[in-house]
Structures are given as structure tokens and as C-alpha cells.
Design a binder for this molecule. Structure first.
Ligand code: PBG
Length: 311
């Protein structure tokens, strides 16, 4: 294949994120993310029907919850919005690859990604791993093909792998948010998922953005712990990390997360007429793929899939 065409984006490279909340008949736009909606487990089926028509085969589900408590217990509720959505989607679209985010930040009253004991302000490691494993088990039993731990808790991939294997879910795969930077680009997502931390920030567990050594170490670690896919997040300001990860870990499947802030940039500029949205999106996607990403998680996926159908 000629070299220059290697970075051409294809619909099979894309993973479409979807936000889920309890209830029925819901389709509400996220104020900070034009054209991205929160769905209930019934309406998400219509949305997936549409994206499946455009050829999208992979989705990543996030929960949005108003039932928050200190320990984020609704994260592993049997009939939570994400579990119910997984069941509906796998029943209706057996060939769809469904991944679910595994993190407590949308379910804890303090908005942090792990468990914080009363009177403390740091994450308690062991109970956090237990809660994440419980959440992974609950979503695996609903039928998720992949669970995607994003709490950046040390050892989360191996803890979840062990729990899955012990409970008969050897076939459930893991996509690790391996190199997840403490980034300013997550702003709109925290609005979408209602997951902004009530105090402090995530720099104790997410990576500092100047630290490329730690990023590569985290990826190596996740591969060793049994991750089936590893990820760099965000994408655009971290193309060097994507490139380095791809060259060091040739046989790993590498995903890049083109996050909410990156999406909002493009949308706002396009709306003001600063650039052509479609051309901008293709340039960005090509650069992420050219850097070495095998898969791209992006809110643009639905538009891209449609554009690819009608060039
Ligand atoms: C949960 C999580 C976040 C994102 C994905 N999973 C938010 C965060 O870490 O604050 C961000 C995705 C995006 O910005 O699109 N931990």
C-alpha cells in the first residue's frame, strides 16, 4: 500500500462515545457539546440504529447519575442506566462492540474518580480497586464486550482482569485508559457527565502533561497487567506520546481519545466560520492516525461516518 494513504481514516477506526442517564424518552443536548446528547436506555437504541446505518461498529458508554453518594455505589447498580443500555443494545445489535467506562467520578458526591474516606482528601486505594472491579463485573454481566477503566488507580487493570476471570468473564476484554493526562481539555465532558470534582483536582492520579516518561511507563504497565487495548488521552496535544507508544509497543492495539475540549474547539470555530468543519475534522483525524493510533474515540464519529458515505 502506498505510504501516503496509510493514514486515511476509515469508519472501522472510530469509537463513538454515548452518555446515558436513568429514565425513559430522554434525548437532551449537552450544553457545552453541540450535537452530543444524553440518552436514556430506550432512546439510545434509536441513536445506535442511526449510527449503525452509517457503519459505526464501536461505542463507548458513560453514565450520568444524579444518585451520587460518597462511595459511588450507583456505579454498580444492576439496573443502572449504563447496564440497561448495554442489555438493550446487545439484544438489538449483537454485532455492535460495546465498551463501558469504568470510573466512579460520575457517581461520587465529591466527583473524584475513587473512594475517599470521611475526613480524608486522598483516594483510598484498595476500596477503589474493589469498587471498580464491582462496576466492571456488573457491566460485564450486562453484556459489555469491553470494560474501560479510567480512574487511573494503580493496578486497576490487573484487579479488574482478576475479578472478571474469577467470575466467568474471561471473554470480556479491557481497554485501559493507560496514559491519561490531567488535562484542561476535559472541561465540556465534566459538564456532560456532571463529574467535576467538588474540591481539588485530579493531578494526584492523572499524569502531569509534561511527563512523557510516566506516560510510557503506564502504558507498559497496562499491557503487562493484561489490557487488550491501551489508550492515550487526550489525543491532539499528545501526538508525540501516541507516536512513541506505537513505536515502543508495536503489537499492542493503541487507541487515542479525541476528547470533549478538542471537539468543542472545532465546533465553536466552525460555527463562527473560522474553518470548514469537515476539512478540519479530517485533518485532525488523519494526524491522530498518522501518529500511530489504531482506534480513535471521537464525538465527531457520527459526522465522519456520514461524510465517508457521501464524499
Ligand atoms: C472519567 C472520564 C473523563 C473523561 C473520560 N472519562 C473525565 C475526567 O477525567 O475528568 C473525559 C473525556 C472527554 O473529555 O471527552 N474519569
Amino acid at each position: 500500500m502506498p505510504k501516503h494513504s496509510r493514514a486515511a481514516i476509515e469508519v472501522k477506526d472510530l469509537i463513538y462515545p454515548l452518555f446515558l442517564k436513568d429514565g425513559a424518552g430522554i434525548r437532551e443536548e449537552v450544553p457545552s457539546m453541540q450535537n452530543i446528547f444524553r440518552f436514556s436506555p430506550d432512546t439510545v437504541v434509536q441513536e445506535v440504529q442511526e449510527i449503525a446505518r452509517y457503519g459505526i461498529k464501536n461505542v463507548l458508554l458513560f453514565g450520568v447519575s444524579d444518585k451520587k453518594d460518597r462511595e459511588g455505589t450507583s456505579a454498580y447498580e444492576k439496573n443502572g442506566a449504563v447496564s440497561n443500555a448495554v442489555r438493550n443494545l446487545k439484544r438489538k445489535f449483537p454485532g455492535l462492540v460495546v465498551a463501558t467506562d469504568i470510573c466512579l467520578c460520575a457517581y461520587t458526591s465529591h466527583g473524584h474518580c475513587g473512594i475517599i474516606r470521611p475526613g480524608e482528601n486522598t483516594i483510598a486505594h484498595k476500596p477503589t480497586l474493589e469498587a471498580l472491579s464491582r462496576m466492571a463485573l456488573s457491566l460485564a454481566s450486562a453484556g459489555a464486550d469491553y470494560v474501560a477503566p479510567s480512574a487511573m488507580a494503580k493496578g486497576q487493570v490487573s484487579a479488574i482482569r482478576k475479578a472478571l476471570d474469577a467470575h466467568g468473564f474471561k471473554g470480556t476484554k479491557i481497554m485501559g485508559y493507560s496514559a491519561k493526562f490531567a488535562s484542561n481539555f476535559y472541561g465540556p465532558f465534566r459538564d456532560a457527565a456532571g463529574s467535576a470534582p467538588a474540591f481539588g483536582n485530579r493531578s494526584a492520579y492523572q499524569l502531569g502533561f509534561s511527563d512523557s516518561t510516566a506516560a510510557i511507563k503506564e502504558i507498559a504497565c497496562d499491557i503487562k497487567e493484561g489490557a487488550d487495548i491501551v489508550m492515550v488521552k487526550p489525543a491532539l496535544a499528545y501526538l508525540d506520546i501516541i507516536k512513541e507508544a506505537k513505536s515502543r509497543f508495536r503489537s499492542a492495539i493503541l487507541a487515542a481519545y479525541n476528547v470533549s475540549g478538542e471537539y468543542a474547539f472545532v465546533k465553536h470555530g466552525a460555527q463562527r466560520g473560522y474553518w470548514d468543519e469537515r476539512k478540519m475534522v479530517f485533518e485532525i483525524m488523519t494526524s491522530i492516525k498518522r501518529a500511530g493510533a489504531d482506534l480513535i474515540i471521537t464525538y465527531h464519529a457520527k459526522d465522519i461516518a456520514q461524510w465517508l458515505k457521501k464524499p
